[in-house]
Design a protein around this ligand. Structure first.
Ligand code: ADP
Ligand code: MG
Length: 207
């Protein structure tokens, strides 16, 4: 079993509806340690993505990811636009017409590496990297131990959700939340939480 552009489009549709339904929650998280716009940013970005894809559906996964990347970069004000845009651009480079478990794991790894490079962040700094890095490792391990596509995405989604929870106790050293210093501890990082929803949408699209 492999995944193709039908999965990518379904993933995008579910990501857009997750951005909409979690909008208030993500903005509330950003109100505590940021500037209260993460939910709006993500919802605005994915609404624009849905419109861009409705006008002209690109033919293959790489082109769809590229359209998403360009749209998020131009429509999302705030740090998360270029970061997620970079993740999608890297996924565009790593994607193939048909993706098996190993290709999926490599794609998630590419996204994670892109975010880390763009944000100059590593795990433990209370950012979306704390969802993507464990997701990437879990996906890799699942693929190596023979999991199918759904198994790889399940491992990634579970690790991202757990990773997002680990940000609760962290002190932010990157992004807007770092201005709060020690006072950033005791709150979840909005970008890590939204990233876990994105990876959950990837899983649901494959099920
Ligand atoms: P802004 O912080 O500009 O208002 P958003 O609110 O949309 O942008 O996104 C904030 C999220 O972006 C944070 O919760 C964090 O996960 C992520 N983020 C910010 N800076 C970085 C960075 N340098 N590296 C990785 N992720 C970052
Ligand atoms: Mg913000």
């Amino acid at each position: 079993m492999s995944l193709d552009q039908v999965w990518v489009l379904k993933w995008t549709e579910l990501a857009a509806s997750a951005a909409q339904s979690h909008r208030e929650e993500l903005t509330a998280l950003d109100r505590a340690i940021g500037d209260a716009d993460h939910g709006e940013n993500l919802d605005r970005g994915f609404t624009a993505v849905t419109q861009a894809l409705a006008q002209d559906v690109p033919a293959d996964p790489a082109q769809i990811f590229r359209t998403i990347a360009m749209t998020l970069m131009s429509k999302v004000g705030g740090a998360s636009g270029p970061l997620l845009g970079t993740a999608y651009l890297r996924m565009s480079s790593a994607a193939a017409a048909q993706m098996g478990p190993r290709e999926l794991a490599a794609m998630i790894e590419a996204a994670s590496a892109g975010i880390q490079a763009r944000g100059r962040a590593t795990q433990g700094e209370k950012t979306m990297v704390d969802a993507w890095a464990p997701a990437s490792r879990a996906a890799q391990e699942a693929a190596e131990s023979g999991a199918d596509c759904v198994g790889v995405l399940q491992a990634a989604a579970d690790a991202a959700a757990e990773g997002a929870q680990t940000t609760l106790g962290m002190v932010a050293t990157k992004g807007r939340a770092s201005y709060l210093g020690e006072r950033s501890a005791g709150h979840l990082d909005p970008g890590a939480v939204s990233s876990s929803y994105l990876l959950d949408a990837a899983l649901k699209a494959a099920q």
